[in-house]
Write a protein that binds this ligand. Structure first.
Ligand code: BEZ
Ligand code: FE
Length: 304
């Protein structure tokens, strides 16, 4: 057949993928065609709207660099990242809940001694984070690399700053759990912050009268051997945006009460320089495998 009505066209495009050698790729492509065609039919998409969409996606691609991923941001604000997370983590079996990776995981986290102030060069209210990694039976896991990263008290990640290449990391580190599965560090209390609004995705958020804010949080990537890599955040209870995260990433279990303290020493016995905050949170990981995310700018292996 050379001429198709709109439903015949969908069937013809689906059939055109029939000989795809990889069965999963074939399934994904055929389902994508079905969903895209349904969307066009349901909305009676006009040529102007189609052109706009192509231009939007082009600008999204053009905004990407080695350390900025505008497509991840698009997936995040459309709730796709959290949906992929949900369908892949249906049974937690007591393991800590997961959430989005976000665009500010840049890899190359430096192994850092416990207790280090990872934000020593930054202004802000001081915070001590104490944590532990266990398996599902509560047994401590030693020697586990845990990457942490968070925004400063003005809402920016180190990688968003012009001097990142010369100054290096701040509020970003890797700890290795001790024999009790523990790790701990000093930092500053992060604040809620807007996703980048200087690109097409942020513009879409403001033009649609959504707010661009994420509630304050610290990111954790716990990568224990023989266990599923855990990508998550711990959110700070009481944040104004806890119920309206622009990327839909909050889960109740991930909200921590961060205590205000005025003790003269922090939990590692070293002096505090005035009032401070204490975040306490334990991570439980599930047996399994899987790859931890590749840092931005590194090549993902091609599928055979
Ligand atoms: C983040 O938490 O770093 C983040 C996640 C999704 C979109 C933007 C930022
Ligand atoms: Fe973040």
């Amino acid at each position: 057949m050379t001429q198709f009505n709109d439903t015949e066209l969908t069937a013809a495009v689906i059939k055109s993928f029939e000989e795809t050698p990889n069965p999963r790729a074939k399934f994904l492509l055929q389902e994508l065609v079905k969903s895209l065609h349904d969307y066009v039919r349901k909305t009676d998409l006009t040529f102007e709207e189609w052109d706009y969409a192509i231009d939007f996606l082009t600008r999204t691609g053009q905004k990407c660099t080695d350390i900025r991923q505008e497509f991840i941001l698009l997936s995040d604000v459309l709730g796709v990242s959290m949906l992929v997370d949900a369908v892949n983590h249906r049974d937690r079996d007591g393991a800590t809940e997961t959430t989005v990776l976000g665009p500010f995981y840049v890899g190359e986290h430096k192994v850092t001694p416990h207790g280090t102030d990872v934000s020593a060069n930054l202004a802000g209210e001081r915070m001590f984070v104490q944590s532990r990694v266990t398996d599902l039976k509560g047994r401590p896991l030693a020697g586990v690399p845990v990457d942490i990263w968070h925004a400063d008290d003005a809402g920016f990640y180190d990688s968003q700053k012009a001097n990142f290449a010369t100054e290096g990391a701040s509020s970003r580190a890797r700890f290795i759990t001790d024999a009790d599965g523990r790790f701990y560090f000093r930092t500053i209390l992060p604040c809620s912050y807007p996703i980048p609004t200087d690109g097409p995705v942020g513009q879409m958020i403001t033009q649609t009268n959504r707010h661009p804010m994420r509630p304050a949080h610290v990111h954790f990537l716990v990568n224990a051997k023989g266990h599923e890599p855990l990508i998550t955040h711990v959110f700070i209870e009481g944040d104004k945006y806890i119920d309206s995260d622009v990327v839909f990433g909050v889960k109740d279990e991930l909200i921590a009460k961060v205590e205000r303290r005025s003790d003269p020493v922090m939990p590692d016995g070293k002096p505090a320089d005035g009032p401070w905050h204490l975040m306490t949170y334990e991570f439980h990981v599930k047996p399994g495998g899987g790859l931890a995310p590749a840092p931005l700018g590194t090549k993902v292996p091609e599928h055979a």
